[in-house]
Design a protein around this ligand. Structure first.
Ligand code: PGA
Length: 279
């Protein structure tokens, strides 16, 4: 895992936006996996600004979001569909054809989830998966105890997640209890992962993700098994890392090298391509 520590939330957001902008510059038909939550909002704001200032063309990009609440129609103000329109898609001018989200109103969620996996495969797989980390250590909505090989499915949310997300709803009873989410196995197939964390409240789970054992109790820890994970946080979230000085040293040493070499986004050069082909 490549651990990067930035001064504050804005610096973290700028760095993460730069990584995505560079990828789209290198590969205009990139497939991006996207995330919701408070954490990536600054990244999205910076990405919209960079795209405008540097005239980066997003018209060839395809996106897949990690998850969606079950039972919320797309038009609901707290649906992740609405979140993405508001915070990114409108600003980048992404069309309905380019963007993919799981439907919270699917009559047959299992079929919908299988179809979503198939759509990701048909798009050529996800080049870069953006992630946040939940207070219980989840990625997407893969709650403690989820299989680390899990695929996209309908899941029950942990009480901590429901409590954390209640800030977005008028009443706690309104927070959905279930969601459709990519599985950890789905996420690990992305060619690269970019995970963000900000603030002191994330410092414990951030340390567990980077330095703790790989465990289904902290599903983000599965990213230790991924060859290309970049973990970017502010100083507060990084404050409990034991090896902080070493990560800073590595980051300084690598400063002149590209964050993500182009070869990992070219499937023909990807040494894991036979694994993908077999799926
Ligand atoms: P947050 O959520 O960015 O709102 O803290 C992160 C997550 O649950 O993935």
């Amino acid at each position: 895992m490549f651990v990067k520590v930035e001064r504050d939330y804005e610096a973290m957001s700028q760095r993460a936006a730069r990584i995505i902008a560079d990828l789209v510059n290198q590969k205009p038909d990139a497939v991006l996996g996207l995330a919701t939550g408070s954490t990536p909002i600054g990244l999205y704001e910076n990405l919209i600004r960079i795209a405008r200032d540097e005239d980066i063309d997003f018209s060839g990009v395809t996106t897949f979001n990690l998850d969606e609440y079950e039972g919320l129609p797309a038009a609901h103000p707290e649906s992740y569909y609405s979140f993405m329109q508001q915070h990114l898609f409108d600003g980048l001018g992404l069309t309905e054809q380019q963007t993919n989200l799981l439907s919270g109103m699917a009559k047959d969620p299992a079929a919908k989830c299988a179809e979503y996996e198939e759509m990701i495969r048909r798009a050529g797989g996800i080049d870069l998966q953006l992630l946040g980390i939940g207070g219980d250590g989840h990625i997407a909505f893969c709650e403690p105890g989820s299989s680390l090989a899990g695929r996209t499915s309908l899941v029950a949310l942990h009480p901590k997640t429901i409590a954390d997300n209640s800030r977005f709803f008028d009443r706690k009873e309104d927070v959905p209890r279930k969601a459709l989410t990519m599985g950890v196995g789905t996420i690990l197939e992305a060619r690269a992962c970019l995970i963000l964390a900000t603030g002191n409240a994330k410092s414990d789970v951030w340390a567990k993700m980077i330095e703790g054992p790989v465990t289904a109790q902290v599903t983000a820890s599965a990213l230790q098994l991924h060859p290309w994970t970049i973990a970017v946080s502010d100083e507060l979230a990084a404050s409990k890392l034991q090896n902080l000085d070493f990560y800073r040293h590595i980051d300084r040493e690598l400063i002149d090298q590209p964050e993500l070499p182009l070869c990992i986004f070219q499937p023909e050069l990807d040494p894991r391509r036979n694994i993908f082909a077999a799926l």
